[in-house]
Write a protein that binds this ligand. Structure first.
Ligand code: ZN
Length: 418
């Protein structure tokens, strides 16, 4: 096992930060970071990543979805990746750092002329954020062999379909099946990513081992009341849909608080009709976003919320329709990968905190192909999807060193008995 000196870790951090900054300059707009899937900026970022991979001694190719692959040969392969697309007005670490960490780690083994008992593919995906098309994870889904061809018909804001955008990018949708790894070829998928939340910072730890990418339930609730004059209808005779929705939201908050951190529930969107200050609201739609690691806890909260909201609607004489518009299961990280990551983190003298990922990641698609694992890096204030996003060069350097330590400890055979 390599033991790293302070200056080696600082060197990794300085190089990673310089590469993060170089990619951050590639944007569709001069004053903010915008890099959408299959855009000219995606092309430029992919070319930059490919050049770094070549310099690192990797064989570079690009698949039918534009995913850049840097390969260090071997029969079984450890896949290390993240994404190079961004949200609109993005931070610069979310995605690119995971690709860069993979390149720096692979380069370490090339330079040391150390032959590993498996190959490595560093993957730079282009569609994790879903900022262009109304779907997400197209790139990693293609690698995992679960790309949905009906998504080719989805259009962006300008009416350009995914199929057309791929063609304009020089790709052929017919070749998407060739992007898939064969079963047994991929030993595991590992991703390094900034945490995008405040847990590591709060606990004063630079690195965390992810236990699972947490699942999500969307409940769409429509309340039907009766519009009326805000001055003439007495309070007791009203059927106010917004007052009912407000009570439902407070119930959701109360139920989630009672789980003591196991489940989080949010209403971030509400539509009120007719939407005038002097009219009693007749129709309100709210969307509950409910997330948790344990599936059972999420289902229990959703059931309790639905029952409670029905009671609220009955008492207020409101019509109520509840529909589940999204159900994404929890994606667990493989226990052996978690342990190997934790050992690698501990070897750096850092306590490996275990935590769930509340945000979605490419690993959710890759888990359909092979076992997955994730390493989180502390980010300042837990801020992400925001130009204020920041991770220190020291923490980036520790993450690269931990990834190298993980690769040294990784045993594909330990995962086969699943
Ligand atoms: Zn990301």
């Amino acid at each position: 096992m390599a033991a790293f000196s302070e200056s080696e870790i600082d060197d990794f951090g300085a190089r990673a930060e310089a590469m993060v900054n170089a990619l951050a300059k590639i944007s569709a707009e001069p004053n903010r970071l915008v890099r959408l899937f299959l855009s000219p900026e995606h092309r430029r970022a992919a070319d930059q990543v490919a050049a770094w991979m070549r310099d690192a001694g990797l064989d570079v190719s690009e698949d039918a979805l534009g995913t850049v692959r840097g390969r260090l040969d071997g029969e079984k392969r450890l896949l290390i990746g993240s994404h190079i697309d961004t949200v609109i007005d993005a931070g610069k670490y979310d995605g690119p750092f995971g690709v860069i960490a993979g390149i720096l780690a692979a380069e370490h083994f090339v330079r040391a002329k150390r032959r590993l008992p498996f190959g490595i593919d560093v993957l730079a995906f282009g569609d994790e954020e879903g900022s262009r098309f109304p779907a997400t994870l197209a790139s990693s889904s293609a690698c995992a062999g679960v790309f949905r061809s009906e998504n080719l018909r989805l259009a962006d804001r300008n009416g350009v379909t995914l199929a057309d955008a791929l063609q304009a990018y020089g790709k052929s949708p017919d070749e998407i099946p060739t992007a898939a790894y064969q079963r047994g070829e991929a030993a595991a998928y590992v991703e390094v990513h900034i945490e995008q939340g405040p847990v590591l910072e709060t606990r004063s730890q630079p690195l965390g081992v992810v236990t699972a990418i947490i699942g999500q339930t969307y409940l769409n609730m429509e309340f039907l009341g009766e519009a009326g004059h805000a001055g003439t209808v007495p309070m007791l005779l009203r059927r106010d849909a917004l007052a009912g929705a407000a009570e439902a939201m407070l119930l959701g908050e109360k139920l989630a608080r009672e789980t003591k951190g196991e489940v989080v529930a949010t209403v971030g969107r509400m539509a009120v009709a007719p939407g005038a200050a002097n009219v009693i609201p007749a129709n309100v739609v709210v969307v509950f976003d409910i997330r948790s690691g344990p599936e059972a806890a999420r289902a229990k909260l959703a059931d309790a919320l639905k029952a409670g909201v029905r009671e609220i609607a009955d008492r207020r004489h409101l019509g109520l329709t509840i529909t589940s518009t999204r159900e994404v299961g929890t994606t667990p990280c493989h226990p052996h990968i978690q342990d190997a990551l934790a050992d690698a983190v501990r070897a750096l003298g850092v306590e490996p905190l275990r935590l769930g990922s509340g945000a979605g990641h490419d690993g959710q698609a890759m888990a359909k192909l092979c076992p997955i694992g994730m390493l989180f890096v502390r980010c300042r204030g837990g801020i992400s999807h925001n130009p204020m996003e920041y991770a220190s060069p020291r923490d980036l350097g520790l993450a690269v060193a931990a990834l190298i330590g993980f690769i040294e400890r990784f045993e594909p055979a330990s995962l086969t008995a699943r």
